[in-house]
Design a protein around this ligand. Structure first.
Ligand SMILES: [Zn+2]
Length: 356
């Protein structure tokens, strides 16, 4: 298994069939008596959510699915980096994540064949961005082009600075969070469909129902008067519309009837969300057995920090489950970060509910 995995690392899926069947996939009844490369081909045809479901059917499917995701992830990193595995070690050590268009392109296969991401966005903690940039300069031979600070108060953007790096035509942005969590800037993104990330070993899709339907909810926090997109947002909306995505400010705007019914789902403006919550689609790039032996719990790069937010704005009509007076505060878009004990995630992993 290891030799095949190492051969696959960084390669595109198309080259997989050149390899011999893995010896560790023992003959089993039905589909799993097929060779590894055939199973790999089948897995590659599944959409992201079906792949995650398929991975739960047995150990062989989990191994193949994990291998496929690592291949896609390393392949995406390989467009910018000579050593994807080395870079993932840096993500692990600095508790940083990859996010933005690169991740969307990996996870949303329904729309990804029509476009390619331009640059690679790395989100790093306040104290980790310098180390990520230094690695890219020293090891991957990128050049620091500029350091840009938010044009408005950083509190409303979630980041302190963006370090622009380039190598020939290749561009990498290292975004330095204003907190010790790399994830803090993500709830400030202009739309929900790009709020996805890969840590070194896990992935998290934060609005899976909408994202896998090609839908993005615009972020009230970055709209003018919480209603109107800025010129910059209009430009990116246009770009993503040509890639097959559709945008609204509130989920009920997609409803076909005349009733404004709270869906009580991931998109309700007043539901408190946090990375790794029950609405997120979270999974590992390792098998279940492997990830249980590591710290990769619910996709958190830093297990002592929790980032939570609510989108804010008008409730989902009269029937919003979260729209009564007690929730009036949630009319304002809010992002918060909290220190949490490591035990919180261990309790979570063991399936016992924890009160935040
Ligand atoms: Zn609601």
């Amino acid at each position: 298994m290891m030799s095949i995995q190492s051969k696959l690392s960084g390669l595109e899926i198309a080259s997989v069939s050149r390899f011999a069947p893995a010896k560790t996939t023992k003959a089993q009844p039905g589909m799993f008596s097929l060779n590894t490369d055939v199973l790999f081909r089948i897995a590659a045809e599944l959409d992201f959510q079906s792949l995650q479901t398929w991975r739960m059917t047995c150990r062989a499917a989990d191994e193949i699915g994990a291998m496929l995701l690592r291949t896609r992830y390393n392949g995406a990193l390989n467009r910018h980096l000579a050593d994807p595995d080395g870079f993932r070690s840096v993500l692990r050590a600095t508790m940083s994540v990859v996010s933005g268009s690169t991740v969307l392109h990996i996870i949303d296969q329904a729309r990804s064949p029509t476009w390619a991401p331009n640059d690679l966005d790395i989100y790093a903690p306040l104290d980790g961005a310098g180390r990520v940039a230094s690695y890219l300069i020293d090891v991957e031979h990128y050049t620091r082009k500029a350091v840009q600070e938010p044009t408005y108060d950083g509190v409303y953007a979630g980041f302190k600075a963006v370090i622009h790096l380039s190598k020939g035509d290749l561009q990498i942005d290292v975004i330095q969070s204003i907190t010790t969590s790399a994830l803090y800037p993500l709830p400030f993104f202009w739309s929900t469909h790009v709020m996805n990330y890969f840590t070194a070993d896990m992935f998290c899709v934060v609005y899976p129902t909408y994202t896998f339907q090609g839908r993005g909810l615009l972020n009230p926090a970055v709209l003018i008067s919480k209603q109107y997109p800025t010129i910059r947002t209009l430009q990116v909306i246009g770009k993503y519309q040509t890639r097959g995505y559709d945008f609204r400010v509130y989920p009920y705007a997609w409803a076909e009837g005349t009733e404004l019914d709270c869906t009580s789902d991931e998109g309700c403006p007043r539901i408190i969300r946090f990375f790794g919550d029950r609405y997120c689609c979270v999974g590992s790039l390792d098998t279940v057995a492997q990830s249980l032996m590591t710290d990769g719990v619910r996709g958190y790069p830093n297990r002592t920090r929790m980032v939570r937010w609510w989108r804010g704005g008008p409730a989902c009509g009269d029937k919003c489950t979260h729209g009564d007076d007690d929730f009036a505060l949630r009319a304002n878009p809010t992002v918060q970060t909290h220190q949490v004990p490591v035990e919180f995630y261990l309790l979570w992993l063991n399936g016992r509910p924890a009160v935040i």
